[in-house]
Design a protein around this ligand. Sequence first.
Ligand SMILES: [Zn+2]
Length: 153
Amino acid sequence: MEKDKESALDFYLNSSSDLIEKYESFTKIITNSAQCKKCQDVIVSNHRHDYVSCSCRAISVDGGKSYLKRSAVDFSHLIEKSSIRFYTIHEIMVEIKNCETQSGFGGDYYIKKKKLAEEFLQDSKAYYAIKEKDDIVSQLTQSLEIKRNAPKV
Ligand SMILES: [Zn+2]
């Protein structure tokens, strides 16, 4: 996976459910997948109308990278295996530009969406900045430990 997409996945995985709910429209499905507890099959839906069932037919997945749709006789048999990420900085900038163009034609929807996208951009930048600082600190700590453990000449 590209580095910016990896970061966007990392941001998603470290976000609270409130934040994920707030920015739900700025998420992308990486894999649409589930596991069946009865037959242990892991099934994947690869595109929008790719309806896949496990071998014992207890669970099904559908929707590919467009939406997560599940069917099951009993949902307790289903283990969610999907992976989702947030938009990258580049993707959200494209979205903001798109909203700007669309709001030019009038209508509240794109003005609201643009505002939310800008908030998302700020939150992303804040997250990546903290993350970067943490990485630098851990690199420094590591190199200090290496120095400390190095044999004296
Ligand atoms: Zn099954």
